[in-house]
Design a protein. Structure first.
Length: 256
């Protein structure tokens, strides 16, 4: 039940709060206008807007005479809407902090870099297979971030070319890193960031970084190049199309 609630809140909470805010403001403005008309008061437009906004701060609670029903509803609902928004924001911050703290205890986990369709399916497959998973995603507006967190997968937001983001995902304590960002240039840049981190921190002996590239030829050429250069950790480029060709359920070699 709690998971369903947070799933609903993540998807629709902000929109519902905004709708409630607009509705309450409209009722308050209508109520102030009706109150002014019924009491023969000349209230300028700007003043009416100001008075309506002040309803959210528990002001204008003592009015003489009959109070129109829109204003009566608005002056009680406005503080509740504001309080709900404040509590929702606080809870969101606490949940985000909890997700961040969750990565600090992870050892031997899988780090998935890139939360596109392939990245999401790989992260979900690894999680359902019983592995601890951390995702690194550059796009903070990616809708799959909320879906991953609902599944209990911490998400580090930021570019994986930034070594600090790799540290936040505890990459040096991970058993696997799976890079699924699409473009070859971005993939090789991330490989360079992983190499930079490996020079400053000791990786686990079993650590291997798998990097998806467009096709077999690119994977073969990059693997040959990296083999000649040598690295402090295992690194394997592979054609990302195998994810579609063979299905994500057969990716056990990436997780174990």
């Amino acid at each position: 039940m709690r998971r369903r609630f947070w799933s609903f809140w993540d998807r629709f909470g902000r929109a519902l709060l905004l709708l409630a805010l607009v509705a309450v403001f409209a009722l308050g403005f209508l109520g102030i206008t009706q109150y002014a008309d019924s009491h023969g008061l000349q209230i300028p437009m700007g003043t009416r807007l100001y008075i309506t906004a002040s309803l959210f701060l528990l002001e204008n609670g003592s009015l003489d005479g009959a109070i129109p029903w829109p204003l009566e509803i608005a002056r009680w609902a406005a503080p509740l809407v504001l309080a709900t928004a404040a509590v929702g924001t606080l809870v969101a911050v606490v949940r985000h902090r909890a997700w961040s703290l969750g990565t600090r205890r992870m050892v031997g986990h899988v780090v998935v870099i890139g939360l596109g369709e392939r990245g999401w399916r790989v992260a979900r497959t690894a999680k359902l297979a019983g592995r601890q998973v951390v995702v690194v995603e550059a796009d903070a507006a990616n809708a799959k971030i909320a879906a991953a967190r609902r599944l209990g997968i911490p998400v580090v937001v930021g570019s994986a070319t930034d070594v600090s983001r790799l540290r936040a995902a505890r990459l040096s304590h991970a058993a696997r890193a799976i890079v699924l960002v699409g473009e070859t240039s971005a993939t090789t840049a991330i490989a360079g960031a992983v190499a930079e981190l490996s020079a400053a921190a000791s990786f686990r002996p079993e650590f291997c970084c798998f990097l998806a590239v467009p096709d077999d030829d690119v994977a073969r050429d990059l693997n040959a190049l990296m083999h000649d250069q040598g690295t402090a950790f295992q690194r394997e480029f592979f054609p990302g199309e195998i994810a579609v060709r063979y299905g994500f359920q057969n990716w056990g070699f990436l997780f174990f």
